[in-house]
Design a protein around this ligand. Structure first.
Ligand code: 1CP
Length: 349
């Protein structure tokens, strides 16, 4: 039996501007620690990156949430930090501490990064993408992804997570030429990475700029909008029909220039974006995705139902993909995710 064309999948149709009732849905971090079967596979795999680089296990954890909840899209199981790992800045994940890298020290460290290593180093990830393309249900779309240059750069300059991104801002404001070289390297590596995922079967891609919201306007244009515009342009040059979703988390009013200027097909909304503003200002321009508070999903019950209905009523009248405003948190009860999936699928408009 041949698989249906990508364009007939509900998730892809919504990204291309159709209004669908009920809307298609998937959830950021839908594969992850809230699922007991994920925790079991994770224990078998060894470290977190070992899981990302193990195609059969990465395919398995990508499929786990689909088996339970039948989302309209599967997101490749990997991490945004495989890109620095691939281009010459090794990454490790310490249990309970998150990612750990040796911080970039100077110009020489930036010059030593080498995007030409990416294709070889990330072979297991592309093998996972190919495996998934043949394994997901036929109406489900496969999402590839990367981190946006700004967000990935914060990990590379800080050496891990950060509260205020002070060192990265010092680089960006105080050494803009050096920082530009780092961003340019990440534009090149990320565009290549997304294109290779598409070549292996990804049908849409999402660019995660999780820490976009910490920059002032001028710097937001330079370090968020411009690099994402260049990545989108390169992907569209080679794969014009593949939708690109941008997620400039906590960008506030800057969502509007982001939507107008990056060339993305859809924006993923964080939890704080007012729904009426998004419906009136963003949705006439492009598809929106979002934006349930992950803590509403953790809490469940009436609060969850009310929050879900409010989003469906406000954004469901235009091109829309239901999602969270950020990733699922590990203590979320799996039955709340089932309640959410039923509520969305039961929506009649
Ligand atoms: O212990 C574990 O099992 C690791 C937890 C985990 C998981 C499940 C990490 C570590 N990454 C992931 C998978 C992951 N990461 C996916 C897979 C697909 C899915 O959504 O189901 C995706 C898309 C990401 C993307 C990612 N990684 C982002 C962008 C999205 C976001 O959440 O803002 C970021 C910032 C990261 C970095 C990262 N990876 C992991 C950790 C603990 C962190 C640091 C987060 C921080 O600094 O607060």
């Amino acid at each position: 039996m041949s698989r249906p064309a990508t364009d007939s999948k509900r998730f892809i149709r919504a990204l291309k501007g159709e209004t669908l009732t009920p809307p298609p849905f998937w959830l950021m971090r839908q594969a992850g620690r809230y699922l007991p079967e994920y925790r079991a596979t994770r224990t078998d795999a060894g470290g977190f990156l070992d899981l990302c680089y193990n195609p059969p296990l990465a395919v398995e954890v990508t499929l786990q949430p689909l088996r339970r909840y039948g989302m309209d899209a599967a997101i490749l199981f990997s991490d945004i930090l495989v890109v620095p790992d691939a281009i010459g800045q090794p990454v490790s994940f310490k249990v309970g501490e998150g990612p750990c890298l040796t911080p970039l020290a100077d110009d020489a460290a930036v010059d030593a990064l080498d995007p030409s290593r990416l294709k070889d180093h990330l072979k297991p990830v592309f093998e996972t993408v190919s495996g998934l393309a043949g394994a997901i249900p036929e109406t489900t779309a496969l999402i590839g992804f990367c981190g946006a240059p700004w967000t990935v750069a914060t990990y590379m300059v800080e050496g891990g997570g950060s509260k205020d991104y002070a060192r990265t801002k010092e680089w960006a404001y105080g050494h803009p030429q050096r920082f530009q070289r780092l961003i340019d390297t990440l534009v090149e590596a990320s565009a290549e990475y997304l294109c290779l995922q598409i070549e292996h079967g990804a049908e849409a891609v999402q660019i995660f700029d999780s820490w976009a919201g910490v920059l002032p306007e001028e710097e937001f244009r330079r370090w968020v909008i411009d690099p994402i515009r260049r990545i989108t342009e390169r992907v569209k040059d080679r794969y014009p029909g593949v939708p690109v979703i941008g997620f400039p988390r906590q960008a506030g009013l800057m969502y509007l220039p982001f939507a107008r200027e990056t060339g993305v097909d859809a924006v993923s909304l964080d939890t704080m974006i007012p729904l009426d503003w998004a419906a009136e200002t963003l949705q006439p321009l492009l598809t929106v995705q979002g934006n349930l508070d992950p803590i509403a999903l953790l809490v469940g019950g009436d609060h969850l139902d009310h929050a879900v209905d409010h989003i469906l009523k406000t954004l469901g009248k235009g091109p829309f993909v239901f999602n969270l405003g950020h990733g699922i948190v590990p203590p979320t009860p799996p039955e709340n995710v089932a309640r959410l999936a039923d509520r969305i699928r039961g929506w009649k408009g």
